[in-house]
Structure formats: structure tokens, C-alpha cells
Design a protein around this ligand. Structure first.
Ligand code: URA
Length: 236
């Protein structure tokens, strides 16, 4: 891809604005050699005002999504992109959420512009466990863990039963539910199927990666060690 397009796609400005940055000699290689709009240079070798391109190629990040934000670019209300640098919304390829959390769900959301990574995370073959903490409207009745673990539960309008899921009871109305798939509103629909209602839902962990003390509304880029941890605890 020509440099002018690549840099504009990262949200540094319109093509015209970025062309002006080239004319001003602000775009260089790592040695400070001025680059031109039509050059084709590796992402990692490009500098803008002496700084490496932000973000680097193949960005993956984790966001602590608060409730009240939609995983969308267009929703008229608050969207997850409001929590990231404004340039990120203009990037191409877009930084996409890996799976979705409902507007009323908080917790760990992964985002990436790396299509291969995205497919690896969502692929059923990866069996990445996703842990949800559910706060319920009614007391658990006692048979939920067996129903969810059975691998036969059919949700309305689904053609195949759910994969076995693990329920860990934390209190009369609180539980962790670990899923290895991600169907539409799955946790809420699973509890509805056993006569309950989810009042609050939070996802603290995906695979071996946890939110830990990342505050709500904050994000951080993931490094190689984070990605390794993410895939470490895949269910065999
Ligand atoms: N299941 C749900 O019901 N909602 C989410 O946001 C995620 C999983």
C-alpha cells in the first residue's frame, strides 16, 4: 500500500493532509531519511515526526468495557470507540471487537485489526473459555449446573444444542458461568431457559487473560506475552 494511504488509514489525517505532511518532510524512515507519498515501506520502519507509527502493525488491545457502551461504530449512543483515541475510529482495516458484549454487560473486550488473530480467537477450534459473572434476579434453584453441563440445552430459534458450560455458584444469586462459544445474548438466554433473569453481567476473563486491575473505561495494548497467556488456558 502506498504510504500516503497507509498513514491516512491510520487516522493521521485526510489524504490531502497527509500529503502535506510528506511535503513538509515529517515522514521519514528509522534513519531519518525523508520518505515520499508513493513509497512502499514496512509499517515498522516508518516515523512521523520521528516517532514510530501509532499504533504499530497488528494492534491488539484489551478494553475494560463499562456498561452503557455499544460494540458498534454507528450507534447514536455511547460506543466503545469513544473510549479509544479518536484516530482509531478512522483506521482501515478497522480495529474490530473480537465478539461482542451487550450494552448492559461490562468486562474484558478484545479488539484487533489483525484478521488472523481475530479468527483464531473466535474459532470454535480454539475453545477459548470466556468467564462471565452473573448477578441474578431470583435464587438459583440447584439444577442449573447440571443443565448447563449437559450439552443438550437448546435455546429458542437455535438449531444445535449448546456446548457444555460450567457453572460455579458464588452465592444464592451470583455465579460464574464459563462458555467456550459465543451465541447471541447467550448468558442471558441460558439463565432465562432455567427460569431466571440476569440483572448484571460482567466478563472478567477470556482464556488465560484477565482484566485484573484495569479500571472500567481503560484499555491497554496487548504484547506477545499477553497473547500467549490468552491461548494458554484453552479447554482441550
Ligand atoms: N452473553 C450475554 O448474554 N451477553 C453478553 O454480553 C455476553 C454473553
Amino acid at each position: 500500500m502506498k504510504l500516503v494511504k497507509l498513514i491516512a488509514n491510520l487516522g493521521y489525517g485526510s489524504r490531502k493532509e497527509v500529503a502535506a505532511m510528506f511535503r513538509d518532510g515529517r515522514i521519514t524512515d528509522a534513519e531519518g531519511e525523508v520518505l515520499y507519498a508513493d513509497d512502499r515501506v514496512e509499517h515498522d520502519a516508518i516515523r512521523v515526526d520521528g516517532a514510530p507509527l501509532d499504533p504499530p502493525a497488528g494492534l491488539a488491545l484489551m478494553l475494560h468495557k463499562p456498561t452503557g457502551y455499544t460494540c458498534s461504530t454507528k450507534d447514536p449512543g455511547r460506543v466503545i470507540y469513544d473510549l479509544l483515541p479518536s484516530r482509531y475510529r478512522l483506521r482501515s482495516p478497522l480495529l474490530s471487537p473480537v465478539g461482542r458484549l451487550d450494552r448492559d454487560t461490562s468486562g474484558l473486550l478484545l479488539m484487533t485489526d489483525d484478521g488472523q488473530l481475530l479468527h483464531r480467537i473466535v474459532s470454535p477450534k480454539s475453545h477459548l473459555p470466556k468467564v462471565y459473572e452473573a448477578t441474578l434476579a431470583s435464587d438459583l434453584r440447584g439444577d442449573e449446573a447440571a443443565v448447563f453441563a449437559g450439552g443438550t440445552l437448546m435455546l429458542e430459534s437455535e438449531k444445535t444444542p449448546l456446548a457444555p458450560a460450567t457453572l460455579e455458584v458464588l452465592g444464592p444469586r451470583r455465579a460464574w458461568l464459563t462458555l467456550t462459544e459465543g451465541r447471541y445474548h447467550q448468558v442471558r438466554r441460558m439463565f432465562a431457559a432455567v427460569g431466571n433473569h440476569v440483572e448484571a453481567l460482567h466478563r472478567p476473563r477470556i482464556g488465560g487473560l484477565a482484566l485484573d486491575d484495569l479500571p472500567a473505561g481503560q484499555w491497554r495494548a496487548l504484547g506477545a506475552a499477553d497473547l500467549q497467556r490468552l491461548f494458554e488456558s484453552a479447554v482441550p
